[in-house]
Design a protein around this ligand. Sequence first.
Ligand SMILES: Nc1ncnc2c1ncn2[C@@H]1O[C@H](COP(=O)(O)OP(=O)(O)OP(=O)(O)O)[C@@H](O)[C@H]1O
Ligand SMILES: [Mg+2]
Length: 453
Amino acid sequence: MNTNESIKILVIEDDSTMCDGMVTVLRKEGYRVNVARDGAAGSRLFRKERPDLVLTDLKLPEKSGMQLLNEFKATDPDLPVILISAFGTIDLAVNALKSGAYDFIPKPFSVDELKNKVALALKMKLMTVVDDRTEDSFYGLIGTSAMMQKVFEKISQVAKVDSPVLITGESGTGKELVARAIHAESSRRRRHFLAVNCGALTDTLLESELFGHEKGAFTGAIRQHAGIFEQADGGTILLDEIGEISVAMQVKLLRVIQRQVFQRVGGANEVTTDVRVIAATNKDLKTAIKDKTFREDLFFRLNVLPLRLPPLRERSGDIKDLIDHIVHKKCAELGREVPAFDDHALEMLENYPWPGNIRELENFLERLLIFSKDARIEPTAICLDEPDETFSTVSGKLTDVLEETEILMIKRALQETGGIKQRAARLLGIKTSTLYYKMDKYDIAAGESGSES
Ligand SMILES: Nc1ncnc2c1ncn2[C@@H]1O[C@H](COP(=O)(O)OP(=O)(O)OP(=O)(O)O)[C@@H](O)[C@H]1O
Ligand SMILES: [Mg+2]
């Protein structure tokens, strides 16, 4: 098989001569090419086809190339977008590069120039996936403990085949990251990895999200929509929080997984798909089976390759490396210097059971880095039981508690920054205008000290 056959390119260009020329060249190279003649159609086709690369003109009817670039990048940050710029739009093209475009081609260009730029962009995209495997991290996963090393080994093994994987583990243990690693390590890496949170959608929405719908299938279905089983054809999908889906949806899922065919909502035709299914849950599905809330046949279908993620407290040897990794990342984001950790402070963190696992560790460190500007983290800066005690029993309204926390954080941020609102907003990760609004709402003055701390 020509490997280019699995690569989808979306061309958005209103000049028909130009457009036809590009399409001919790219199709000759074996790529699957979709064409849009204006910005709005480009956006629609992007959502429908999920291309691997986009070539777009800067000046387009309905939506500009820049608008499209921002829109696409928000959904798929790794997508290479190449802009085609006419004479006089070079400045715009340079701006586009700053906004994350991969490259631009000035008009007029040669066939070779087009072919080379496209091939290079696709190669770079592939490299960013493959290169994620380094000595210190396995596709972003940190862990030198024997337990995590076994997990990495298992990821490599299951990546070689197409059978379903069931990832289990407490909340925050890295289930989604592991699912992405399986995809990136597999031969499907050039196609899409799409995840759907089954717990967050009603049956009707979930069905349309998974299988898509035909135009007019229900009120509001104004055009045909491809679900993730269709969009991820050739790739991988993650059915997250699988323990939350209704028995009715379980029946429908079982059928697709068994036969790899399905129907769009409101459609009669059978659609064939080739997706690798990964499911994840923090629930004990065996108990759910006993309670008759989860079908045993679906469980067996999904659990062909079980992968259990150990909670952080069972591998506290990884905590130091995780702290190092997270602190470096967050400090870069915050523009703050990387602090050193006092030995005793580290020990406290290693001994804490982290019921929310790595997610809790991340949140804890983020708070720490925001509220302490010290170059050295001392044990006194570490207060671990506070959040647990606050939320161990439900007392008071959620909104009140959130407001109190918000007020406290704003006051502290203002104190930290000497009342400079712009910096305080940055520290809090909100817009300055939002900070003004909130200060006004809670009647906080810039000079007010956060003496509660
Ligand atoms: N081994 C790891 N190394 C580095 N970061 C990790 C690791 N495991 C998890 N993380 C980070 O911890 C956070 C939670 O991970 P993830 O969302 O994959 O967990 P989850 O098991 O899906 O959680 P939930 O059940 O709450 O959805 C993410 O920000 C992820 O990047
Ligand atoms: Mg998750």
